[in-house]
Design a protein around this ligand. Structure first.
Ligand SMILES: [Fe+2]
Length: 238
């Protein structure tokens, strides 16, 4: 069931194995944030149709990162929409780096596509009625971005922050210390609503980010302890 978060901003909830998708109907152009899996494309197409839109009515697709569950169905928009991702995600998508994207291995119905625009942090996307700022938030993987709408105080987070501060994990090319730094920077923003890639929408972004930082710090300490133990073990063996 599609949810209207703000006038002309919709969440198309996740289908099996995919992420949530967000639709922003701009003054002149329409944009998707993430596309879910290729396997779930028929459901996305049906949701768009309920809102009176066809695939060709989507002008921009912005990917929060390269993982298959967020990007697999992008191949269906690639011919007609401009596809954008952070340059560190765009590079992996272009090279079809399946070790990181998992598109070929986990989403067999997707076909290769490319990012037309390689985003940098602070790139502004102006839809007329809404303006979104891309924020590079590495950690989950190196090419993660969040999209921030300052007037509505909305933050679209992909897998960087989930409701309740749940960590979505540190995957290949990710880093716990980068993750902690990204959350620290996000904590300085004024946010009313968190729009994540998975789980529920949240009206407590401050609490989510703060809990996420706590969990990340715990994970960092655990990993540090594990590394120290392994190093000690190595010294004993030599
Ligand atoms: Fe992910």
């Amino acid at each position: 069931m599609t949810v209207e978060i703000r006038p002309h901003i919709y969440q198309i909830p996740a289908q099996k194995g995919g992420s949530h998708i967000y639709l922003l109907r701009g003054a002149n152009k329409n944009m998707l944030i993430d596309t879910g899996t290729a396997a779930n494309f028929p459901s996305l197409e049906a949701s768009l149709s309920e809102l009176g839109l066809k695939v060709a009515d989507i002008h921009f697709v912005v990917l929060t990162h390269e993982h298959f569950d967020h990007s697999g169905a992008t191949c269906f928009f690639f011919q007609t929409a401009v596809v954008a991702a952070h340059r560190l995600a765009a590079n992996k998508i272009e090279l079809q780096d399946d070790f990181v994207t998992m598109i070929q291995s986990a989403d067999a119905s997707s076909v290769p596509f490319r990012a037309d625009v390689w985003l940098e942090s602070d790139t502004l996307i102006d839809l007329g009625n809404y303006r979104l700022r891309a924020l590079h938030t590495p950690g989950h993987v190196s090419g993660c971005i969040c999209l921030y709408e300052p007037n509505e105080r909305l933050l679209f987070t992909g897998d960087t922050v989930l409701s309740g501060g749940t960590l979505s994990g540190i995957f290949a090319s990710g880093s716990i210390s980068d993750y902690m730094n990204s959350l620290e920077r996000l904590s300085a923003l004024k946010i009313d609503k968190l729009c994540p890639g998975h789980g529920r929408l949240s009206d407590d972004p401050e609490g989510d980010i703060s809990r996420g930082m706590e969990y990340a710090r715990d994970l960092f300490e655990d990993t540090k302890l594990l590394s120290e133990t392994l190093v000690k073990g190595q010294w004993l063996d030599t």
